[in-house]
Design a protein around this ligand. Structure first.
Ligand SMILES: NC(=O)c1ccc[n+]([C@@H]2O[C@H](COP(=O)([O-])OP(=O)(O)OC[C@H]3O[C@@H](n4cnc5c(N)ncnc54)[C@H](OP(=O)(O)O)[C@@H]3O)[C@@H](O)[C@H]2O)c1
Length: 269
């Protein structure tokens, strides 16, 4: 029986763990050849061994925040496997830090991997897709690319950038045969939250975490259906709509959920 991604080559950045690792397994089980990219080569090689038909797949160590490293990656991939049918820009990192508690360098680093890493990879592989009039770019944004929330200034900015880039590229790609999907996950149980800054991440939010396989199932369905946007869980749309329709009400409810007290100017702290 034909599977949904038979004969497709899928390049996944950030495939050493978390959502990227789960995506590689899902795509491989659906027939795809997977090219796994991340900095940790040992983890990528261990993941390859767990994929069905491990010899069909390949691992490429690369720091996607480096333009030169992505150019080198693209040369190797194009020479060894040709243009990927699907590029999943998934590599990313997060911090749970108040704006003034983080250094400017930390802001720059998140933008570099979350936004510029996606730009470098898209710039490297899109020309080949356009040349043969087919391909699919999948960009992992976040619900933080739709709604700002506390202690996420650097992360939200980088994901709003991914969302804006994707919204714009969507129109450039119309009629080319190349598609784009942007993914807005809520909180997913991965190593993203292992960073020390998440030590006091609210329990209310942790309790909302979903396992990666539920998200990746929604991503594969969305990609296969050619959807532009995948938001998971879907009820997060309620927040997006509330913010668009009545921003003050949204901010009041969000502040209440986050247990942030509003102080009036001049009131004692
Ligand atoms: N988990 C969530 O709740 C959530 C919610 C919304 C959006 N997302 C997005 O989903 C994506 C995957 O996150 P995750 O939750 O799976 O996190 P994760 O478990 O921490 O995995 C992050 C992946 O990105 C890779 N990576 C990080 N920096 C890299 C770099 N400079 N170059 C290449 N690879 C790099 C890591 O591999 P190496 O360390 O080996 O390089 C790892 O494979 C991210 O874009 C994240 O923003 C996650």
């Amino acid at each position: 029986m034909r599977r949904r991604f038979d004969d497709k080559t899928v390049l996944i950045t950030g495939a050493s763990r978390g959502i990227g690792k789960q995506l590689a397994g899902d795509f491989a089980r659906e027939g795809a050849r997977c090219l796994l990219v991340a900095r940790d080569l040992a983890a990528l090689e261990a993941n390859l061994e767990q994929l069905p038909g491990p010899d069909r797949h390949a691992a490429y160590p690369c720091d996607v925040s480096s333009k030169e490293a992505v150019e080198t990656l693209a040369r190797s991939v194009l020479a060894e496997h040709g243009v990927p049918d699907i590029l999943v820009n998934n590599a990313g990192a997060s911090r749970y830090t108040r704006f003034l508690d983080g250094s400017i360098e930390e802001h720059e680093a998140l933008m570099q991997v979350n936004y510029w890493g996606m730009v470098y990879c898209t710039h490297a592989f899109l020309p080949g897709m356009l040349e043969r009039n087919s391909g699919h770019i999948v960009n992992l944004s976040s619900i933080s690319g739709k709604l700002g929330t506390v202690r996420h200034t650097a992360y939200a900015a980088s994901k709003f950038a991914v969302a804006g880039f994707s919204d714009s590229l969507y129109f450039e790609l119309l009629g080319t045969g190349v598609r784009i999907t942007v993914v807005n996950p809520g909180v997913i149980a991965t190593h993203l939250f292992d960073h020390a800054s998440f030590v006091d991440f609210p329990d209310e939010v942790r309790r909302m975490m979903k396992p990666p396989h539920l998200l990746t199932r929604a991503i594969l369905n969305g990609v296969h259906a050619g959807k532009y946007e995948v938001t998971f869980p879907r009820m997060l749309w309620a927040g997006v709509v509330a913010r668009a329709v009545c921003p003050p009400l949204y901010r009041t409810l969000q502040a209440r959920f986050l247990k942030i007290r509003r102080t009036r100017p001049g009131a004692p702290a």
